[in-house]
Design a binder for this molecule. Structure first.
Ligand code: ZN
Length: 317
């Protein structure tokens, strides 16, 4: 592995400006650093999108968490506000930034009933080792997002290692103590895994259970594009549960139930739903996403990749 400069762990909240639990925590930890168990790691606490946070909206011009597309970042011209913020974050805290970070932990909340969960993008070995360590400690479900050309440019992908913590359900704009508590527990467990890896003492579990992204479903729509149905009450809130062919999926205004039909390209076996009725995904044409639950043997090379990277993590100060 190529030698890297030393760096810290970047903890991001408010990448989406209307997800306010993590920013609340960041502010508390800035005032009282002892409230967060950092496991001896140097941290950068970063408000992801300050302008959107001030306005109380997810984003101003472009979803910041879809803006980290290399072709966009490298494009000539100043770009819109979120693109400028993405470049700024990389210049400050990218792996070769002025205050470099090697790991990005991006704390989000969702209106879907996801509980505490992790989102991993692709199959980078260090990410999988970190996710496996978190699952081992807290039993968190993992949404493995990959091969979706409509959804790219996630922040954590531009750091050598990183994942998203998603906690819900909580309405947009609302801070709830339980959501904050869950977010903090997941973050502290991630820092514990990184500290163990830095010390060369990472004990990996035997297996990793992932929910691999298959695709997403939109609401049925009228010819003018407006929704023709809502998520069925028997499906609402049932994230991380399997859907069988024929199960109620959507409900029209007239009271007609639209059942679930598996797609041929989704392969065999049950599919499991996540991010059911997430408020922010309406504009993306996503009523829910479908996954397949898979159990993978944990590879020693994952832990080695995380240890190689974590060796260069700095202590506070
Ligand atoms: Zn978010």
């Amino acid at each position: 592995m190529q030698a890297m400069v030393a760096g810290r762990v970047m903890v991001v909240g408010g990448t989406h400006g209307n997800e306010r639990n993590a920013p609340w925590l960041l502010e508390a930890w800035r005032r009282h650093p002892a409230l967060l168990r950092s496991h001896g790691l140097g941290l950068e606490l970063v408000l992801g999108n300050p302008a959107a946070y001030a306005a109380g909206v997810r984003y101003l011009e472009r979803d910041l968490n879809r803006s980290f597309v290399p072709a966009l970042l490298d494009a000539p011209g100043p770009g819109d506000r979120e693109l400028r913020r993405a470049r700024e974050l990389l210049a400050l805290h990218g792996p070769v930034g002025s205050a470099p970070c090697l790991v990005a932990l991006d704390l989000h909340s969702t209106t879907a009933a996801m509980g505490s969960s992790l989102v991993v993008y692709g199959r980078r070995p260090a990410d999988l080792a970190l996710a496996a360590g978190l699952q081992q400690r807290l039993g968190l479900p993992i949404y493995l997002h990959e091969q979706d050309r409509a959804q790219t440019g996630y922040l954590v992908e531009r750091w050598p290692c990183g994942l998203v913590v998603e906690v819900g359900p909580v309405p947009q704009g609302v801070v709830q103590a339980t959501i904050c508590r869950q977010s903090q527990l997941a973050l502290e467990a991630a820092l514990e895994v990184l500290a163990e890896a830095r010390a060369g003492a990472l004990r990996q579990p035997d297996r990793l259970v992932v929910h691999r992204h298959l695709g997403s479903l939109d609401l049925p729509r009228h010819d003018d594009g407006s929704p023709a149905a809502v998520v069925h009450p028997q499906r609402q809130g049932r994230d991380w549960q399997p859907i069988d062919a024929g199960d109620p999926l959507f409900l029209t205004a007239e009271g007609l139930t639209i059942p679930f039909h598996p797609q041929a390209d989704q392969g065999d076996g049950p599919v499991w739903a996540v991010f059911i009725n997430e408020a922010a995904y309406g504009e993306k044409g996503i009523a829910l996403s479908l996954t397949r639950r898979e159990c993978w043997p944990v590879e020693p090379a994952w832990g080695q990749a995380l240890a190689d990277l974590a060796r260069d993590l700095q202590s506070p100060g």
